[in-house]
Ligand binder design. Structure first.
Ligand code: GLN
Length: 541
């Protein structure tokens, strides 16, 4: 029998529901249960792929090529799972499926309605993920805030699931903000009371309330929440501010949340095994060393745009007992003022992340040149890889005007070009080269030393790639393409053997990075930043 846990949010969005959901999963895993997690996004987009990262945060790519909400990244990192596109349900998907069925005539003349047809589609999707992943517990997080118009069909669907699955198999968790007033320093529960009321109006009585607060809530606040929420006091928990999000499962479990959930759902597990997680958390909180990394990007104003990259750097840092001090720098700064490039001298490493379009591209190219010429450890991901090829083509191979056709369609040297199969594609959604693909590694390279394998599978999300017409020239001048697709036609990794550490990949290693299991390219970069700072020769890995 599968157990269903539903997580809703109140008062404000961005209160950390995703982290609480992932943390509940972690507490259950620590007790020996198999879990999975689903994120519901009530927006009308079919997936996150067409949304601007600057407004919505990064698009998280799954192994099977799903372009999903970044909360799936938190589930994967906390739970060490590889989820599927089906683990992200949106209004767009649900309506698309129901309308397709209607057009096929599957509803046999009936009037197709939100209840029961849309809600059935939602329930079917949640159940099908549970069945496919063969789990003990499935967590479903409903995005947005209770009271949003677009969230209503989803809340109605999860309300019905209690009736159909039974009280003992379903649990509702409500996460809501408890603000502290500046002047009086009082913890205010009124907004939370309102969101619980809103939930009840829809017909859902929460079993657990998680107060999201700057500090641990005091007894009086806890009692008030229990009283107005109509739940026992031991069903109220607090997710307070901590230094690292990876502490959240531990602080909630200390308050008894894991025990409470297991008891309530009749889950008999073993005593929680927390050692490995605690070891990782300790490593992130008590680093011995520190390195300063410049992340030269286009969406630098919103840290969530690069969240998986930031976490991958943190995981790699933990493995080297090193704190990574990331400075987000807008690439256009360098375009406006060349002298600004000198600030890069103070960094132990330069990182150029993914990106789209021409804004800031020249600034990134300048930063890459600076890293290459000053022997500063460099890591480039996806667009960062492509721009490193452009920089090398222009400044080492002397190919004036070399560019990507994404930036300059008329470039005399289109060293980065549209993939042939991308020509003629009109739809923007889900049409990039997506998900995990096989890559063969070349022996006696940094890549081989880092991955220690002949072949790897890494996740992709791009439309452009290295133009084969230029590979020979680039290789002759010193670039080593140490990773390629099995047919040898796609360049996947580049490195410069003469440089201290100059490494870039067409794929995104960050999506596979996990606490305690850092991704090899991020690990290589961080280790190089640290060793170079300490004046050591380049690490052997
Ligand atoms: N814009 C580039 C492309 O489409 C790079 C994409 C990326 O960085 N994810 O190929």
């Amino acid at each position: 029998m599968v157990k269903y846990i539903f997580v809703t949010g109140g008062v404000l969005s961005s209160v950390g529901k995703g982290i609480v959901t992932a943390s509940i999963g972690k507490m259950l895993q620590m007790r020996g249960f198999k879990v999975t997690a689903v994120k519901i996004d009530p927006y009308v987009n079919v997936d996150a792929g067409t949304m601007n990262p600057y407004m919505h945060g990064e698009v998280y790519v799954t192994d099977d090529g799903g372009e999903t909400d970044l909360d799936l990244g938190w589930y994967e990192r906390f739970l060490d799972l590889n989820l599927k596109k089906e683990n992200n349900i949106t209004t767009g998907q649900v309506y698309k499926a129901v309308i397709e069925k209607e057009r096929r005539g599957s509803f046999l003349g009936k009037c197709v309605q939100i209840v029961p047809h849309i809600t059935k589609e939602i329930k079917d999707r949640i159940r099908s993920v549970a069945a496919d992943s063969n789990v003990d517990v499935i967590l479903t997080e409903v995005g947005g805030t209770v009271g949003d118009i677009e969230g209503l069909p989803f809340l109605e669907a999860i309300r019905q699931m209690r009736l159909e699955e039974g009280y003992e198999n379903t649990l509702y968790v409500h996460v809501a903000l408890v603000p502290i007033l500046d002047v009086t320093k009082e913890m205010k529960t009124k907004p939370l009371q309102h969101s619980v009321n809103e939930l009840r109006r829809i017909g859902i009585q929460p079993d657990i309330i998680v107060a999201r607060c700057q500090k641990m809530i005091d007894m009086e606040t806890l009692r008030k929440i229990a009283l107005f929420g109509t739940i026992p006091e031991n069903a109220v928990f607090c997710s307070y501010n901590v230094e690292s999000v990876y502490q959240v499962p531990l602080i909630l479990d200390e308050q008894g949340m894991g025990e409470f959930i297991c008891k309530r759902l009749g889950l008999a597990g073993h005593k929680p095994i927390r050692d490995e997680w605690i070891r990782f958390v300790d490593a992130t909180l008590n680093p011995k060393y520190e390195v300063k990394v410049a992340l030269v990007g286009k969406y630098a104003g919103l840290a969530d745009s690069y969240v998986s990259m930031k976490e991958a750097l943190l995981h790699a840092g933990a493995a080297c007992q090193t704190k990574i001090d990331i400075h987000y720098i807008e690439a256009e700064t360098f375009e406006r003022n060349l002298d600004k490039l000198q600030i890069l001298k103070d960094f132990n490493g330069i990182f150029v992340p993914y990106g789209f379009g021409s804004r800031g591209a020249e600034g990134k190219i300048m930063a890459i040149r600076f890293a290459r010429e000053n022997n500063i450890p460099f890591l480039g991901i996806c667009y960062g890889f492509q721009l490193a090829v452009i920089e090398f083509a222009r400044n080492v191979c002397g190919l004036e005007g070399a560019n990507s056709t994404e930036i300059d369609p008329k470039s005399p040297h289109p060293v980065i070009d549209f993939m042939p199969e991308q020509r003629g594609i009109e739809y923007k959604g889900a049409t990039m080269r997506l998900g995990a693909h096989k890559i063969l590694l070349k022996k006696d390279t940094i890549a081989y030393a880092l991955y220690r394998k002949d072949e790897i599978y890494e996740r992709h999300r791009h439309r452009f790639e290295v133009n084969l017409d230029y590979v020979e020239k680039l290789e002759k001048m010193g670039i080593v393409f140490s990773g390629k697709s099995p047919d040898g036609r796609r360049m996947e990794i580049l490195e410069l053997p003469e440089h201290y550490f100059f490494f870039a990949s067409q794929f995104h290693g960050e999506f596979k990075s996990r606490p305690g299991k850092p991704d090899p390219e991020y690990y290589g970069f961080v280790k190089a930043c640290l060793d170079k700072k300490m004046g050591k020769p380049r690490p052997e890995f």
